[in-house]
Design a protein. Structure first.
Length: 136
């Protein structure tokens, strides 16, 4: 079996996460390179009729989501509960503990995740580590 490139792994992870998004959902949007791929895939689904509202975890995510045609909440007071959040992680160990926050959007990501009924964390094999703490 052919080993997938990091980009292919990211795309597959993003596609799998986006498959969980259903019509009328309020969706938390994390931050990072794999999330950007998920945003593009969500944008394609929106063009074919999917209706969602996104809650971005960072200014960068908000800008990327707007470019993809994803409608966003106007302010953080507009939501109490989210149906789903899609995000990434910096490291994941064999017990599925993870480290987030290397990119600087950690506070908003945590708020979004705690308000979500379900959180999907997308990673590629480079993020899998035997012990947490290797991320720099």
């Amino acid at each position: 079996m052919k080993k997938l490139s990091t980009d292919e792994q990211k795309h597959n992870a993003a596609a799998a996460a986006v498959a969980f998004v259903e019509n009328k959902m309020m969706v938390g949007l994390g931050t990072g390179s794999t999330v950007e791929i998920a945003l593009r895939l969500l944008g394609k689904r929106i063009k074919t009729g999917l209706q969602i509202t996104g809650v971005p975890s960072s200014i960068a995510t908000a800008r990327a989501a707007k470019r993809c045609g994803i409608p966003l909440v106007r302010d953080w007071g507009e939501f109490k509960k989210l149906d789903l959040t899609i995000d990434g992680a910096d490291e994941v160990d064999p017990e599925l503990n993870l480290i987030k926050g290397g990119g600087g959007a950690l506070t908003r990501e945590k708020i979004i995740a705690t308000r979500s009924d379900r959180v999907i964390i997308m990673v590629n094999e480079k993020k899998l580590v035997p012990q947490l703490g290797k991320f720099r």
